[in-house]
Write a protein that binds this ligand. Structure first.
Ligand SMILES: C[S@@+](CC[C@H](N)C(=O)[O-])C[C@H]1O[C@@H](n2cnc3c(N)ncnc32)[C@H](O)[C@@H]1O
Length: 320
């Protein structure tokens, strides 16, 4: 049995088993407080393939529950560590309020667009979740900007793949495993992989307070990370823990795509007055030589190893 995965309430479990500042990344999907046991009424799927034993939180307890587990999350994260919380909108405000009562700071509010057949008659169709990406201040945040797409990779319409992958609206399909048993609300492996790759490194410790189908920790092990986590439901825990031995540490690393180009070396670095002057002068010279504005920026980016947005900002400030 894997020792760091516990069949217990996450609030008590964190207090008992997790030290202060011991986790690099928390990626979690708390119960939504919308009577999960009847979620299937809205979804077009065969409920025989959904595992029993999902533990819901009563609406009236949701506020306090959110405050308590998020307090623990704040405590166990290392300074600079990241937390991603997946939430629907019904009880989102309680999660946002709980976060506002901690030292955790917002990094991004991501919209995850999915599609899995919610039925509506006289209104628009709900097709998104919220992913709240926060960090614990006081340390260096891990954000592996070029881990999935390099700076040199473009779509046929010339849009940067890296830029597109880092936009805060994500369109990721739910895993559709016909005939297989799933936890309610199981997150797609693609989504988990994306977050873990951007926000942790090999050997880091990734924790999920609400394991459900154990997707987070399965992907984390596959990517060579250490893990920790909690699941209160005995049924869900026993069903999923049984398959944990099958995952080999780091087994997914070999199949990751190799990004091309790591971007300009000085991208995101501070601009000194002398750097600004050089870029302005070089820009003027390139225009005199007949280059277009965008070709000049491209050439300056290569020459001075600066990101194009940074160069654009500098040029805008000087009225160019
Ligand atoms: C939304 S699901 C998580 C789904 C998971 N992300 C997946 O991909 O399968 C929430 C899970 O939290 C569990 N749970 C509810 N209350 C809990 C608590 N206090 N501590 C730990 N787990 C809890 C539920 O039984 C359920 O499996």
């Amino acid at each position: 049995m894997i020792k760091s995965l516990y069949n217990t309430d996450c609030i008590e479990g964190a207090k008992t088993y997790l030290d202060d500042n011991s986790i690099d990344l928390i990626l979690t999907d708390p119960p939504y407080g919308i009577e999960g046991q009847s979620l299937h009424k809205h979804y077009n799927r065969d409920e025989n393939n959904v595992l029993d034993g999902y533990i819901e939180v009563a609406r009236e307890d949701y506020e306090e529950f959110s405050r308590e587990w998020i307090e623990q999350a704040e405590r166990v994260l290392r300074p600079g560590g990241s937390i991603y919380i997946v939430s629907g909108y019904t009880n989102l405000r309680y999660i946002l309020n709980a976060l506002a009562n901690t030292s955790l700071e917002e990094v991004n509010h991501i919209i995850w667009k999915y599609n899995f057949g919610v039925y509506t008659k006289n209104k628009f169709i709900s097709s998104h979740y919220h992913i709240l990406f926060y960090e614990k201040p006081g340390g260096k945040r891990t954000f592996n900007k070029y881990i999935r797409y390099g700076s040199d990779e473009l779509f046929p319409d010339k849009k940067s793949m890296n830029y597109s992958d880092r936009e805060d609206v994500w369109s990721i399909k739910r895993d559709f495993k016909k005939g297989q048993v799933k936890n309610k609300n199981q997150l797609p492996a693609e989504l988990l992989k994306k977050i873990i790759l951007y926000s942790s490194n090999e050997g880091d410790r990734v924790c999920d307070f609400f394991l459900g189908g154990f997707g987070t920790v399965k992907v984390a092990i596959g990517l060579g990370r250490k893990i920790a986590g909690f699941e209160k439901s005995e049924i869900a825990y026993n069903y999923n823990i049984a398959s944990m031995d099958k995952i080999k540490p780091g087994e997914m690393l070999g199949s990751l795509r190799k990004p091309k180009g790591l971007g300009p070396k000085k991208s995101g670095k501070r601009w000194l007055k002398s750097d600004i002057r050089k870029v302005e002068e070089q820009f003027d010279r390139f225009l005199e030589d007949g280059l277009t504005k965008s070709a000049a920026i491209e050439a300056i980016s290569k020459k001075y190893q600066r990101g194009k947005f940074g160069i654009l900002n500098v040029l805008k400030k000087s009225g160019r």
